[in-house]
Design a protein around this ligand. Structure first.
Ligand code: PAF
Length: 291
């Protein structure tokens, strides 16, 4: 199968590298990373160790059977427009935040929603660390069945990635949103690793952000209990204790964050009051603007 991974950052490179053990893969990203992969291959280190040799470039190839989208949520409009040129038979978002599938759907069909629990970190151009084995869940963004999800899942399984197909993607996306709404802004603002949230005042903030997210999910007719959102938060904090969240890395490196698609998306959709998400979103935006 021809797979294009649009967004060769840490997660995209890891997933692309795993897929390249079985499929023809093109990683689309930025130099100097893609130049290093083209020249010497992609070294995957950590929980799994191998060198993969995907094609790596800054532009999309002519065609693709499956496109995996791993760019930051604010780059999703560009991903949709650019990927339309290679007419992928199936497109699947593996991104953080809400709304990515609708944005991709403007240009591509069918579009699947996916969640991925692999931990990854880009060490330097051409080298990515696998911080722990994970799994992928795929499905129709609005729930229900899509045959394309079975085909995409079969391709990922063939590459050794544990993948399930679910009819409950809305619940999963909101559960993941609750986790990100709790972990990402608190770790970014405090400048700490995920594990620091486990006890103390930051946990109160993170868990309240997750509870508010569950309440907004239910306002949108998505069945997510507050205790379920907090349980998901607890297990991700424990499983990624030593990791720096993507938003904490973005703030540390003076980059734009995904705040709009995470806490901003909760605030935007809320019918009730969500003071913790509103405060976290305002504080992270202020940090971004301060540079
Ligand atoms: O954005 C992130 O960093 C990750 O989604 C997560 C799960 C919070 C782990 O750091």
């Amino acid at each position: 199968m021809d797979i294009v991974v649009f967004g060769a950052g840490s997660l995209g490179s890891l997933v692309g590298g795993l897929c390249a053990r079985e499929h023809r893969v093109t990683l689309v990203g930025r130099d100097p990373h893609v130049a290093a992969v083209r020249e010497s291959g992609l070294a995957v280190e950590g929980t799994v160790e191998f060198t993969a040799h995907p094609d790596a470039r800054t532009t999309v190839p002519d065609r693709a059977d499956l496109a995996l989208v791993t760019v930051k949520s604010f780059d999703t409009p560009e991903a949709g427009r650019t990927l339309a040129d290679c007419k992928p038979s199936i497109t699947c978002s593996l991104q953080n935040g809400l709304g990515n599938e609708d944005t991709l759907d403007t240009h591509l069909d069918p579009v699947l929603a996916g969640t991925c629990t692999y931990g990854a970190r880009l060490l330097e151009p051409g080298r990515v660390a696998c911080m722990g084995l994970g799994e992928v869940a795929l499905g129709a963004p609005d729930g229900g069945h899509l045959a394309a999800a079975e085909r995409a899942a079969a391709a990922l399984r063939a590459a050794g990635i544990e993948t399930s197909v679910t009819r409950e993607m809305p619940e999963r996306l909101w559960r993941k949103l609750a986790v990100n709404a709790g972990i990402n802004p608190t770790t970014a603002l405090a400048g700490v690793s995920n594990g620091v949230l486990a006890d103390g005042p930051l946990y109160e903030i993170a868990s309240e952000a997750a509870r508010e997210t569950a309440r907004v999910a239910r306002e949108q007719d998505v069945d997510l209990a507050e205790r379920e959102a907090v349980a998901a938060l607890d297990s991700v904090i424990a499983a990624t204790a030593d990791n720096t969240s993507s938003m904490a890395e973005d703030i540390q490196n003076g980059r734009r964050t995904e705040i709009d698609a995470i806490n901003g998306a909760v605030v935007e959709r809320a019918e009730s009051s969500v003071p913790v998400n509103r405060t976290l979103a305002a504080l992270v935006r202020a940090r971004e603007h301060a540079g």
